[in-house]
Design a protein around this ligand. Sequence first.
Ligand code: FAD
Length: 493
Amino acid sequence: MIMETLSVLEDAMRELKDVNFALDQASIVAMTDQRGIITFVNERFCDISQYSKEELLGQNHRIVNSGHHPKAFFRDMWHAIANGKVWRGEIKNRAKDGSFYWMDTMIVPLLTEAGKPYRYVSFRNEITQRKLVEETLDTLIATMPDFVIFKDGEGRWLKANDATVRLFQLEDVAYAGLQDIELARVAQDAGQELLRFAAQDEPAWEARTPLRSEERLRQADGGIKIMAVTRVPVFHADGHRSGLVVLGHDVTEQRQTEEFLRRADKITAVAQLSSAIAHEIRNPLASVKWSLQLLEVGDEEGRQRIDTILSELDRIDSIVGEFMSLSKPRAADFRDHDVPALLQMIVSLMNVQAKRFGIHISVQTHGDIPHVLCDEGQMKQVFMNLLKNAIESMADGGDIQVGLYRQDPDHIVLRFSDEGSGIPEELMAKIGEPFVTTKEKGTGLGLMTCHHIIREHHGTLTIASVPEQGTTVEIILPVRPSRREQADEDLVV
Ligand code: FAD
């Protein structure tokens, strides 16, 4: 009987030894008492921490504490295990030589019959390499200029990089764990934009494949950013939604350049055609006008009809005139000019017309404005066109302000601000193209001519407008346009 019992015990001991050996090989193991004092460590624990068994036994694990985790991290860990629960987590430790290593850790409390922990056993695997890759990836994602958002299968935000935080103004928002609708509530200003943007997630889920789109996002300053967005839905093996990655990069400049080239092409084509067409039209037009003026019409009604025809012919004549100016009938005569004086000349002229509509034009010159190498006639034409547009947009009168500044030693800025009807949003992208106009009787050629002239001077012309509040046209002119200036942005609106 005793022999039998001994044999059973021997078997049990051998089995336990085998289990211990297997565990020892498979995992990094340590054991503590209920106070956290280390009572056992295996070889692998010693290898990775670089401490000997003698150095570790009787110590607390804080001997390997790296200082990486916040206080709450270990408080929560202790709270779990002291209450008899198994704890899992990733811990960053410091080895004896000061190097760091990461452990995927499971701590199991061993409980008395009363359910009180009397010992804690930890099993771990080293995950340093994986964490290094993750950290590098995190840094890369955090600092990349493109925006990246990771969401879970229920649409909760998990992680977003710095570019996203800036884009949706989430600097002071704890977004992790929130769904778009909850985030929109706390994101205040950007909330509506965020919801509109997130509405595109569902089509990507339904398509079950990466979906690309181009989206316009309104910024806090009222500007628009055009984003090329890719949404990548990820599914579990059973087909359930696992996560969504939303990536996007800013293509605003690219699109503006394309738009500029498209428009520049159109302008060049119009300019080339206009000269020939203008001459073809103007000659017969002059004959028709002459003949009409010579027509002797006795009754009042007839005379009124002829006047109407003549005024329509004048309009055609002015369109043709503007076409001709585009075709550069004469080479631009670049000389040093006092731009404030040129401007003042045109303002005095236009003030006569402006006063009739209850409009006052004022000019403010800030600092010294250097002479600018430019074509006097063309500059005056630009000022005249812009002031004419401003006056015509202000049916109820008001103020037109023209500001002149020196931007830097090489550039001056002219800013024309009116309080008129503004340009509707749908027209803004096209304004400056031929025949795009807000006026009932306009041709759209005036502003196109301005663009053309400013481009010839290697300057830029920008339009900002708020419907029913007014329009501001800003011209930046190089003092010496002979130096090749970047004219690419002159059509940015
Ligand atoms: P501490 O003084 O330890 O306090 C941290 C928090 O834990 C406090 O809120 C405190 O009240 C609570 N706490 C501490 N001791 C107990 C206790 N006996 N009972 C209940 N609550 C308690 N730390 C590491 O840095 N790396 C490890 O790899 C690691 N492995 C561990 C393995 C096991 C099995 C156990 C039990 C603990 C382990 N720890 C480890 C935790 C370690 O003991 C320290 O708590 C931790 O390093 C924080 O040290 P500290 O001096 O900053 O704070």
